[in-house]
Ligand binder design. Structure first.
Ligand SMILES: *Cc1c(COP(=O)(O)O)cnc(C)c1O
Length: 399
């Protein structure tokens, strides 16, 4: 090991950036005595809706809860299926399973590892039956109701292409935008494309509230439904009446965001552009520094919009690099550089294998990615030294 390139402390692949302003805003909420959902949540929702340009934003306690509420709002049942990407976090598919519905997985494109219109069409052609009115899965006869594109790493999916197919087969689009804040696709922000868009404010995401999420939708009736269902199914109109009276109109969930989280969110939202600029700068530096390294395949810029640069995912061409991905990860760890993998394909996990019997031979690109991908450290709080340490370590290994 080259000791010159070894850091003294471990650099995680992601860390949140919490400013003194954010800490002060949270402290004010704590001092105010109102610590659960209240005025700060309302403010965060309004400012977030404004930021992405959506008429409705519904704050929840995670993106997982948001995806669940969106599927609830479209009335998903056990007789339904949802098409999504095989390269995503389990949150995207687990919410489908909450309804005992079936996740249908697409392969991903070999470059950006996204669900593309072509792959969506192929999945429909090979795994579904269209009778001119209904789209059903061939194997189980379940009705395909929705498609969930995942803007992996913050590179946007081809939304116009996906919309065209969704329209033809009457599919509702629910975007998993956990990585896509702030991201733009063809001059419109992510948050205004699909029928529903779900963002995550988990600790490592583009902005954070510790844990948290946001759903945006142009559908006012659904927005109303999700607002009720995130808080016990309580009818808000009744709830807002003076006195003790309220009405429960369904068996809802406990998915509300707190004012403590929202206070952090309000300040993070203000800082989000600066965070994004810094991440973009680091990604650019990586691209420049790594472009001549043998066997390292670099992430592509988003030619259709603005990449959020949530992640910097590279692939290792193990023959050219003369090193496997796993040893690359180990060597980086020895140099105190953290990495992560986004993601283990859904079909590789024991639960999904056992429950749905996925056949990995149907996902050649996802399998190839799984053998070769790794995410390098990328977050707004990285110092110049952190950045240089990553660059030196990678060059030391592959240069
Ligand atoms: C983080 C993540 C989620 C879940 O977000 P939570 O806010 O933690 O529930 C969903 N999908 C993807 C792709 C993610 O990376």
């Amino acid at each position: 090991m080259n000791m010159l390139t070894t850091r003294k402390t471990f650099l995680p692949f992601a860390l949140p950036s919490i400013s003194e302003d954010a800490i002060e805003e949270v402290a004010q909420v704590l001092r105010s005595g109102w610590v659960t959902s209240g005025p700060k949540v309302k403010q965060f929702e309004m400012e977030f809706a404004d930021f992405v340009g959506s008429p409705n934003a519904i704050a929840v306690n995670s993106a997982t809860a948001g995806l669940h509420l969106a599927l609830e709002a479209i009335g998903l049942t056990e007789n339904d299926a949802v098409i999504t990407s095989s390269i995503t976090f389990t949150a995207t598919t687990e919410v489908v399973c909450y309804f005992h519905a079936e996740p249908v997985l697409t392969d991903v494109d070999p470059i950006n590892n996204l669900l593309t219109p072509e792959l969506l069409q192929t999945t429909i052609d090979t795994r579904c039956v269209w009778d001119g009115k209904n789209l059903k899965t061939k194997s189980t006869g379940k009705q395909v109701k929705a498609v969930m594109p995942v803007h992996l790493a913050g590179h946007t999916c081809d939304m116009e292409g996906i919309q065209k197919i969704a329209k033809k087969y009457k599919l509702i689009i629910i975007e998993d935008a956990a990585h896509a804040f702030p991201a733009v696709h063809k001059n419109k922000m992510i948050g205004t494309w699909g029928d529903y868009t779900v963002f995550s404010f988990y600790a490592t995401k583009g902005i954070t509230t510790g844990e948290g999420g946001m759903i945006t939708t142009a559908n006012a009736a659904s927005a109303d439904r999700m607002r009720k269902m995130r808080l016990h199914g309580i009818n808000r109109d009744a709830f807002n009446r003076p006195g003790w009276y309220y009405e429960v109109v369904d068996a809802g969930y406990k998915y509300n965001m707190t004012d403590i989280q929202a206070a952090l969110g309000v300040v993070q939202l203000k800082e989000s552009h600066a965070f994004w600029e810094r991440r973009t700068e680091i990604a650019k530096h990586y691209n420049e520094e790594f472009k001549n390294l043998k066997g390292l395949i670099l992430p592509k810029d988003d030619v259709n919009g603005q990449h959020s640069w949530h992640l910097y995912r590279v692939e290792l061409d193990t023959k050219l690099a003369k090193m496997g991905r796993d040893s690359f990860v180990e060597e980086l760890k020895d140099r105190n550089i953290g990495t992560s993998l986004h993601f283990i394909p859904i079909f590789e996990h024991p639960y999904y294998k056992k429950t749905f019997g996925f056949n990995r031979a149907e996902y050649p690109n996802a399998c190839k990615m799984y053998d070769r991908a790794v995410s390098l450290p990328l977050f707004a709080g990285m110092t110049k030294t952190d950045e240089k340490d990553v660059i030196d370590a990678v060059k030391d290994l592959l240069g």
